[in-house]
Design a protein around this ligand. Structure first.
Ligand code: BJW
Ligand code: ZN
Length: 237
């Protein structure tokens, strides 16, 4: 049997399936990834843009970068990979764990989504910690503010920051109880997200990886499918 057929059979007979997605699943929608050629971290320094210290130092520069990304993402739509995962949710006990902040899984129709690194369309007040959704591409005032007058920041998890309360625990539970764990379009270099892979494996899940390149976990997984998520996921699901 081909790898793809075997993997399909595992999913078909699984009671619980979970998936960890990364920037690679949105690449075919036109959203740049972080690492690798063409990745955001080739063009920008993460420590200048994706840390609380950078925002405290220069909120305008950080907000301009997010504004640029919000404009770009607003023009993108889910691809066949996102849609296949939304379909999986309709037919199986399925938990979607994503590192992505772009909201394309929501647009594709997935409902049960654990967003480990936040959401680019949500803002949080640095003073009163209130959180709200704002999908506007141009803010009425820049940088955006809270009704309390405090400076707003993107509700995104930057380096050195903790993941949203309870979300990682839920993701860990999904990983530990899954019969099949899909790892899709992530370089699996950022923790604690990448730690879910060995956790699922140790709990007995079959691990299926979909990536156009090798990752630190490729040699460990039960099935490594090499190719694009937009092409492979519809054939798998
Ligand atoms: C395709 C494809 C196609 C392309 N089809 N595939 C243990 C060891 C070392 C360090 C740490 C550690 N534990 C924690 C740390 C620190 C840090 C960390 O992990 N650093 C490592 C990089 C070394 N982690 C943290 O700081 C985390 N917080 C934390 O640990 O809190 C506890 C703590 C508190 C205080 C002090 C210390 C610890 C938070 C991490 C937050 C990550 N945030 C970011 C940026 C947000 C900015 C933003 O988006 O605006 O989230 S980083 C960036 O990377 C983004 C992503 O979600 C994340 C993961 O990237 P992803 O999704 O894997 O993308 P890429 O680009 O890396 O990979 C794309 C993949 O797709 C590639 O493999 C391609 O081949 C593939 N691909 N096209 C299929 N068509
Ligand atoms: Zn406020």
């Amino acid at each position: 049997m081909s790898d793809l057929k075997t993997a399909r059979e595992w999913i078909r007979s699984a009671r619980r399936v979970a998936a960890l997605t990364g920037a690679g699943i949105s690449a075919e929608s036109g959203i740049p990834t972080f690492r690798g050629s063409g990745g955001l971290w080739k063009q920008f320094r993460a420590e200048d843009l994706a840390t609380a210290a950078a925002f405290a130092r220069d909120p305008l520069t950080v907000w301009e970068w997010y504004q640029w990304r919000r404009e770009l993402i607003a023009q993108c739509t889910p691809n066949a990979g996102h849609l296949a995962l939304a379909e999986l949710e309709a037919t199986t006990h399925f938990t979607l764990i994503t590192q992505n902040v772009d909201g394309l899984h929501d647009l594709a129709g997935s409902r049960n989504i654990l967003k480990l690194h936040g959401d680019i369309w949500r803002l949080r007040c640095t003073t009163c910690l209130a959180e709200w959704t704002d999908r506007s591409v141009r803010f009425a005032q820049f940088p955006p503010q809270c009704t309390c007058g405090g400076l707003a920041r993107p509700a995104i998890v930057w380096f050195g920051e903790n993941l949203p309360d309870g979300i990682f625990e839920e993701a860990g539970h999904a990983a530990k109880t899954a019969d099949v764990f899909l790892v899709i379009g992530t370089s699996a270099q950022v923790y604690p997200a990448a730690g879910l892979i060995p956790e699922a494996k140790a709990s007995g899940a079959k691990i299926i990886e979909i990536n156009i390149e090798k990752t630190p976990f490729t040699s460990l997984v039960d099935c490594a499918l090499t190719g694009s998520a937009g092409e492979l996921l519809p054939r798998l699901i």
